[in-house]
Design a protein around this ligand. Structure first.
Ligand code: BTN
Length: 258
C-alpha cells in the first residue's frame, strides 16, 4: 500500500485526528482533557501498549493504531471493571463484524480481546479509563504487513487474506465505529442476553478446551463453557466440579471440546 488512506468520520464522532507519529494513540487520548468523542489514528505508533502491561508492536506503515475516546453520554459514571470487561468484548465483536464482509475466511474472536482470521491474530484491543473518567478504547490492526513484517508467529494481516486496504479501510473503520456506538447504547447493565449471544457465537474460545494462564503464573486446564453478563469467561476446570468466571488471564486454545 503506497499511500495510507486518511479520512474523517464527522457524522459519528466530534474529532478525527491523524497523527504522523505517536508513542501510543491510547495515551494520546487518555492524556487529552477535551470532552466529547474523538478518534486518533496513526500508521506510525512507536510505543504501543497491550494488555496486562505488555508492549504492542506496530511495524511502521502497515499496522494501524486507532483509539476512540468514547461518546461521554454512553459511558457509565462511575466506570466499573464489569462494564470495561463487557466493553472489550463488544469492541472485538464490532470490529470482527466490520471486517468479515471483506474477507472470505472466518473472522472470529479469541477471549477476551483478540480478533482472529483462522487461528491467527489480526487485531488486539485495550480499553482504558482516564483520571477524569473518560474511556478510551484502542485497537491495533495489522492491515498490510507482509509475512516478514509480522511481529509474532501467531499474527497475521488483512492483506495476507486478500483485503484491499486503500479502497476498503474507511468502510471497515466507519462500520466498526458506528456499530460500536450502537452496541454501547444499553450496555450500562452489562451484556444483555442478546449481546452475550452475539459475542459468544463469534467467540472461538467458547466450546474449547483451554489452558488458562493467570497473572501470577498459575495455569489450569478446562473447558470454556460460555460468557457471563460482565464478559467473564465461564470455565469448567478439570480440577474442579464448579464452573468459575475468569476475568483477567491469558487463554490458550487447546482443541474443540466437541
Ligand atoms: C493486546 O492485544 O494486548 C492489545 C493491543 C492494543 C493495541 C492498541 S494500538 C492502538 C492503541 N494504542 C496503544 O498503545 N494500544 C492500543
Amino acid at each position: 500500500m503506497s499511500v495510507p488512506p486518511q479520512f474523517t468520520l464527522d457524522s459519528l464522532i466530534d474529532e478525527t485526528l491523524w497523527l504522523d507519529e505517536v508513542q501510543s494513540t491510547n495515551s494520546f487520548l487518555v492524556d487529552r482533557t477535551t470532552a466529547g468523542s474523538a478518534l486518533a489514528l496513526s500508521w506510525n505508533q512507536t510505543a504501543g501498549r497491550g494488555r496486562l502491561g505488555r508492549e504492542w508492536v506496530s511495524p511502521s506503515g502497515g499496522s494501524l493504531a486507532l483509539s476512540l475516546a468514547l461518546w461521554p453520554e454512553l459511558v457509565p459514571k462511575p466506570v466499573t471493571p464489569e462494564w470495561l470487561g463487557a466493553l472489550s468484548l463488544v469492541t472485538g465483536a464490532s470490529l470482527a463484524d466490520a471486517i468479515r464482509p471483506h474477507l472470505s475466511e472466518p473472522v472470529r474472536l479469541k477471549w477476551p480481546n483478540d480478533v482472529l482470521i483462522g487461528a491467527k491474530k489480526v487485531a488486539g484491543i485495550l480499553g482504558e479509563v482516564s483520571v477524569d473518567g473518560r474511556v478510551v478504547v484502542g485497537v491495533g490492526v495489522n492491515v498490510s504487513l507482509t509475512q516478514d513484517e509480522l511481529p509474532t508467529e501467531g499474527a497475521t494481516s488483512l492483506t495476507l487474506h486478500g483485503f484491499q486496504p486503500v479502497s476498503q479501510l474507511q468502510r471497515v473503520i466507519s462500520a466498526f465505529v458506528g456499530g460500536l456506538r450502537d452496541t454501547l447504547k444499553g450496555l450500562e447493565g452489562g451484556l444483555t442476553r442478546e449481546k452475550r449471544a452475539w459475542v459468544a457465537e463469534q467467540c472461538d474460545t467458547v466450546g474449547r478446551e483451554v489452558r488458562v494462564e493467570f497473572p501470577g503464573g498459575a495455569t489450569r486446564n478446562g473447558t470454556a463453557m460460555s460468557l457471563d453478563d460482565t464478559g467473564r469467561l465461564l470455565v469448567h476446570f478439570d480440577d474442579s466440579n464448579l464452573v468459575e468466571g475468569v476475568d483477567a488471564a491469558d487463554v490458550i486454545h487447546l482443541r474443540s471440546a466437541h
